[in-house]
Ligand binder design. Sequence first.
Ligand code: SF4
Length: 346
Amino acid sequence: MTWLPPYRHLSETGELAERALALAALATPCRLCPHRCAVDRTAGQRGVCGLPAGAVVAAATAHFGEEPEISGTRGSGTVFFGGCNLRCVYCQNATISQGADMRRRAVTSADDLGAILLDLAGRYVHNINWVTPSHVVPWAVAGLDVAASRGLVLPLVYNSSAYDSIDVLRLLDGVVDVYLPDLRYADDESATEFSGVKGYVAASRAAVVEMARQVGTANVVGPDGTLRRGLIVRLLVLPNDISGVRESLAFLRDAIGTQVRIALMAQYFPAHKAPEEILLSRRTSVREYQRVLDVAERMGFENALVQEMEAQDFYRPDFDRGDEPFADAAQFHGRGTPDGPGEDPR
Ligand code: SF4
């Protein structure tokens, strides 16, 4: 029997449209993320994320630089949303996450977003991958409903900073197939200083537990080798132990178990304002990264994805390249070409 993502059933019954409306109600006043800015986005007001009501699509492309079970051989159908609820001083995507340009752009309608998702599917990508969706999720779900009603059947990946509201995540139960949270900090002081967020540790940990409750930690892979359902927790290793990966690993071990798939990321380089920050102005060293790998092994994480240190040179998006910001990552992996569609897998 042909596999269908659960959101298809929700779309057919009308529940996906209802979920989008319930999510939109959380934007007036806005409590879509733990910032709880309480601005009326429907009236055009803006909070920390910088956007009024509506999603802005900054780029949409087949992306080959994600985890192997996300990118596969034909790429992940990635939608980069403009704006962000974090304000990381080292953001690699600052031109789209924090740039004034995104604030001026017209929002993407549900019909247009639906067409974008279907266009990605037409490139034979393995999944739809929402990058930084936390602040635009009502309108992203409305676009998904449009695409689902027109035949979209790809798994949906939710790729966030983990600074997600539990109320929002509960409304995504059965909508999202694969969660890809980035557990960035283990102490609130660092999170506030370097990413402008309050209460990050409790919020992100609660979010990861809710994600695991929804999709489990026993990842399900389809015949093409990519994920149909599951969870991958990313841990970016920042220099000078700013991300506290050891503490985050201990939390994961105790809260959801060591069988969870983790991605230990070595790709940090000082982008955006990081060169002005003493503690963040250099790359992560081989020694710092190796220490994290040793800790993960000692704690019993056997399902860890390890990056090569060369990743620091390749995961550098350039959003001036329009819809193809990651040419280097494609070359790094030697998979596909960023400009051409994948081959028809049928
Ligand atoms: S989504 Fe934006 S406006 Fe809403 S609470 Fe979060 S940062 Fe504030």
